[in-house]
Design a protein around this ligand. Structure first.
Ligand code: URA
Length: 468
């Protein structure tokens, strides 16, 4: 037997190094015992004799790396061995990453999904409480993750609360941000975190006013916001009162056509969006054009709104602008199939002109109504980078009017704290009257896309944020 040692439960880099060494000596998965720190994850570890050597880098499909990054954060002790088994099978061409029926792959994808959900829950349910420490404000939160996601998720909280001094305490580890550096500390106990603070009443008032009784589905609510997190969340103290008073408010809100929503996968989000009545654009359009792409995409492209052909096909970027976009992506070496492609506004807005339907720019109200869906897409996909194609997308993502020509290639932050690279909309190239100028502008667009590719690869190599 061979022991492969990892420094921590979520030690992806260590696991990868060990795999390189194990592959070099041709170790069979069943001969490897995985050990985290000094604790064997396998009962037979006592029989271990050898340690795995370090080996050279190995080429594997990026989907495998993305999957492994997520699965490593799962709590199942068998995960390291399962992933190493899959790796050896892929190298020996016994398995393919795209075989949807493969039970091993399905099991691993399932684990990755649970990890992604846990990451999402932590982002949604962490509640900071304010304390005074040495005359300064410090925000402390207690959270109990199901999986080993705290390190991975820390980058999100750094981006989101960069200007605050905060600590997140968990039974696994604690992480502390001093506005400059992220530090890691030992496991904590619930009693180490404050249970109430002075801003709690304001937060409860706010929650009470935004609570949407039309969305009240108790089962769905418990699934979205499991009871185990309630004790961290001041607003839950109000829930039973709000439920009791929901009936009357529900009627008036339904009259205003607010749609009940509860979706935690892209497929269910899309089917909810099919019934969207948040603004009048749904009525003349043929159908909603929702985003498309893998749920674990590391890059998301956001356009303005579907055009005539997208409206008929029900898919984003399939018309003339889409073809130009595809050509530019190919030239930049970005694989569209690995990206999530969507729009700021999901219905085609047009003015009829004879038999033709002429594109009509969405206004700020329409952009803001539709942002609800875009936010949910971002929350579910958790991309490393979002690319705003044009001014409407930039407005929707950042909440700001960003002049594109002066800012293309620059990175901003979305309302939820995700980096947003701003570039032109491909239809701008179609509108240029001069072919030479259009060629030049296309070359700059391709350069912007190359930059996005490099940024995502860098983020991925650093494991800087949420793994896919
Ligand atoms: N333009 C967009 O912004 N989105 C599409 O899907 C098509 C054209």
């Amino acid at each position: 037997m061979i022991t492969a040692r990892l420094s921590a439960e979520d030690d992806f880099d260590g696991w990868r190094d060990q795999c390189r060494g194990l592959l070099r000596i041709g170790a069979k998965p069943e001969d490897v015992i995985w050990q985290v720190g000094d604790t064997p994850t396998d009962l037979f570890a006592a029989t271990a004799k050898l340690s795995a050597p370090i080996g050279p880098a190995i080429g594997v499909p990026p989907e495998f790396v993305n999957l492994a990054r997520s699965v490593i954060c799962h709590t199942d002790p068998k995960r390291f061995g399962l992933l190493y088994g899959l790796l050896t099978d892929i190298k020996a061409r016994r398995r393919r990453m795209d075989d949807a029926a493969d039970p091993v792959l399905r099991n691993l994808h399932d684990m990755a999904k649970h990890v992604r959900r846990d990451i999402h829950k932590m982002r949604a349910f962490v509640r900071f409480r304010r304390v005074e420490q040495d005359g300064a404000e410090h925000y402390i939160a207690w959270f109990e993750p199901e999986h080993h996601i705290v390190r991975t998720n820390a980058a999100f909280f750094v981006r989101r609360f960069a200007g605050m001094q905060w600590s997140i305490l968990t039974p696994q580890i604690s992480v502390h941000w001093d506005r400059q550096t992220l530090h890691e500390g030992p496991a904590a106990r619930k009693e180490d975190a404050p249970s109430e603070d002075v801003i709690e009443d304001q937060w409860k008032t706010y929650y009470g006013s935004i609570f949407n009784p039309a969305r009240l589905k108790v089962k769905a609510m418990l699934k979205e916001m499991p009871k185990k997190y309630w004790h961290n969340m001041p607003e839950t103290a109000l829930v039973s009162e709000l439920i009791k008073s929901a009936r009357g408010r529900e009627v008036s809100m339904i009259e205003k056509e607010i749609v009940p929503i509860a979706a935690d996968t892209l497929a269910s989000l899309k089917s909810e969006a099919n019934r969207c009545r948040r603004c009048p654009l749904y009525a003349p359009a043929s159908q909603i054009v929702f985003g498309e792409g893998p749920e674990n995409a590391r890059i998301m492209f956001v356009g303005e709104q579907p055009g005539d052909q997208e409206d008929l096909a029900g898919l984003p970027f399939v018309g003339p602008a889409g073809q130009l976009f595809n050509a530019a992506l190919a030239e930049a070496g970005v694989d569209r199939a690995q990206a999530y492609v969507t729009n700021a506004v999901k219905h085609f807005k047009f003015k009829p002109q004879g038999k033709r339907r002429i594109h009509d720019k969405p206004n700020v109200g329409e952009i803001n109504h539709c942002r609800w869906w875009l936010k949910r897409e971002i929350d579910l996909v958790q991309p490393d980078l979002v690319v705003a194609l044009g001014a409407t997308a930039a407005r929707s993502l950042t909440g700001r009017n960003i002049p594109i020509t002066a800012n293309r290639g620059q990175v901003f932050e979305s309302i939820e704290g995700v980096p947003v690279l701003v570039t032109i909309h491909p239809s701008y190239l179609l509108r240029l009257p001069d072919a030479q100028l259009a060629e030049q502008e296309k070359a700059v667009f391709v350069e912007d896309l190359r930059q996005t590719k490099a940024m995502v690869e860098r983020a991925s190599a650093q494991g800087a944020r949420t793994p896919a």
